[in-house]
Design a protein around this ligand. Sequence first.
Ligand SMILES: [Zn+2]
Length: 83
Amino acid sequence: MIKFIKEKLFHPYDRRPLYKRLLGYCDCPYHKRKWFIYPTTIHMNSSYANEASNWITVCEDFYEDEIAPYWREMWEDYYSSRF
Ligand SMILES: [Zn+2]
């Protein structure tokens, strides 16, 4: 319950306004502005200097399908271009 509140309602890097957090708003391409989804604020495998930019508030399905593979690919390209 505490984890739910911290990750889904009051995460410091959640950029949604309070009423959207409380009502579980998800704006990902799967849900397209649906309510009561309760997305999670997840740390991405990115390395922006601004720490807040490394976090995204999105449902886990969209994260696993789109966001995580995106960063995996970015790092693969990065490392393969270095050697
Ligand atoms: Zn979603």
